[in-house]
Design a protein around this ligand. Structure first.
Ligand SMILES: CC(C)(COP(=O)(O)OP(=O)(O)OC[C@H]1O[C@@H](n2cnc3c(N)ncnc32)[C@H](O)[C@@H]1OP(=O)(O)O)[C@@H](O)C(=O)NCCC(=O)NCCS
Length: 215
C-alpha cells in the first residue's frame, strides 16, 4: 500500500503544512519504475548497502511527487539537511517500512520511530536522571511510548537546527505530557540561546511520528 496518510493543517492564517506518510510495500524495481532521479541521487542510491534503505529513499521521492515536487527540486546542504529553493521547508524521515516528509512555510523537523523496548537501555543517553526517574513511574508500555516521543522530538529539533555539538540529553528538554495530549513543548538551550518548539505526535502500527515547529 503506497500513500498511507496525508495530514494537512494551517498553523496560522495563510500558512500551510503538509505531512505525507508512505508505507513501503513495493519492491525496489516497482519504486524505480515510478520515479525520475537526478544523477546525484542515483549515485547516492547505488552506494546504499541495504535494499530496505534504498526502498525507503525511493519512497520519499514518491511522497515528493504526491506533494507536487520532483527529485530535481530537492537539495541537501553539507550536513545532509534537505531543502527546497521555493521558500518552503522540508524535513524527511524513514524507519523500517515507513517514511514521511513534512513540507511547510514554517521551520519544521520530523521523525518516525518504531516503539521498541530497546529504547529503555539507551534512555540515559538522551534524558537526564531527574526526568528519567519521573518517567519510570509509568507502566512499561507507557514508559516506552513516552521515551519514543521524547527521542523523536529531540531528533526533529536536531533536524531543524542542524547544529554541531547539540546534546539531546544536556541541551534539549521536552515538557511532561500525556500520550492523549498528542502535543507538548520543548526547549533547546544551546550556546547561550534558548529556542522553544511546539511538538506534535501521533502513533500508528507501533510507530511514533513526531514533528516540531520552531516557535
Ligand atoms: C541526521 C539524523 C538527524 C538522522 O536521523 P535518523 O533518525 O537517523 O534518520 P531519519 O530517517 O529519521 O532521518 C534521515 C533524514 O534526515 C535528514 N537529515 C540528515 N542529516 C540532517 C541534518 N543534519 N539536518 C536535518 N536533516 C538531516 C535527511 O533528509 C535524511 O534522509 P535522506 O538523506 O534519505 O533524505 C541523526 O542521525 C543524527 O545525527 N542525530 C543527531 C545526533 C545525536 O545527537 N544523536 C544521538 C544523541 S544521544
Amino acid at each position: 500500500m503506497p500513500l498511507y496518510k496525508i495530514i494537512n493543517f494551517s498553523r496560522s492564517v495563510g500558512t500551510t503544512t503538509q505531512i505525507l506518510i508512505w508505507k513501503i510495500t513495493e519492491s525496489l524495481e516497482e519504486l524505480l519504475g515510478q520515479v525520475v532521479l537526478k544523477e546525484k541521487t542515483q549515485v547516492r542510491l547505488n552506494k546504499m548497502k541495504s535494499e530496505m534503505h534504498q526502498r525507503a529513499f525511493l519512497s520519499v521521492r514518491m511522497l515528493l511527487k504526491e506533494a507536487g515536487y520532483t527529485d530535481f527540486e530537492l537539495h541537501y546542504d553539507e550536513f545532509g539537511k534537505p531543502y527546497f529553493l521555493d521558500g518552503n521547508h522540508i524535513s524527511i524521515t524513514h524507519s523500517h517500512h515507513f517514511s514521511a516528509i513534512i513540507i511547510s512555510e514554517d521551520t519544521v523537523g520530523i521523525d518516525i520511530e518504531l516503539q521498541r523496548e530497546k529504547i529503555i537501555r539507551i534512555a540515559d543517553k538522551f534524558i537526564n536522571e531527574k526526568e528519567l526517574s519521573r518517567l519510570r513511574s509509568f507502566d512499561a508500555i507507557e514508559y516506552i511510548k513516552k521515551l519514543t516521543v521524547k527521542w523523536g522530538a529531540k531528533e526533529a529539533i536536531f533536524k531543524i537546527r542542524n547544529e554541531k555539538g547539540i546534546s539531546f540529553k544536556d541541551h534539549i528538554q521536552v515538557n511532561a505530557f500525556e500520550l492523549n495530549d498528542k502535543k507538548t513543548i520543548a526547549k533547546l538551550h544551546f550556546e547561550g540561546i534558548v529556542k522553544e518548539f511546539n511538538i506534535i505526535f501521533e502513533e500508528f502500527e507501533n510507530f511514533t511520528l513526531v514533528y516540531a515547529f520552531e516557535k
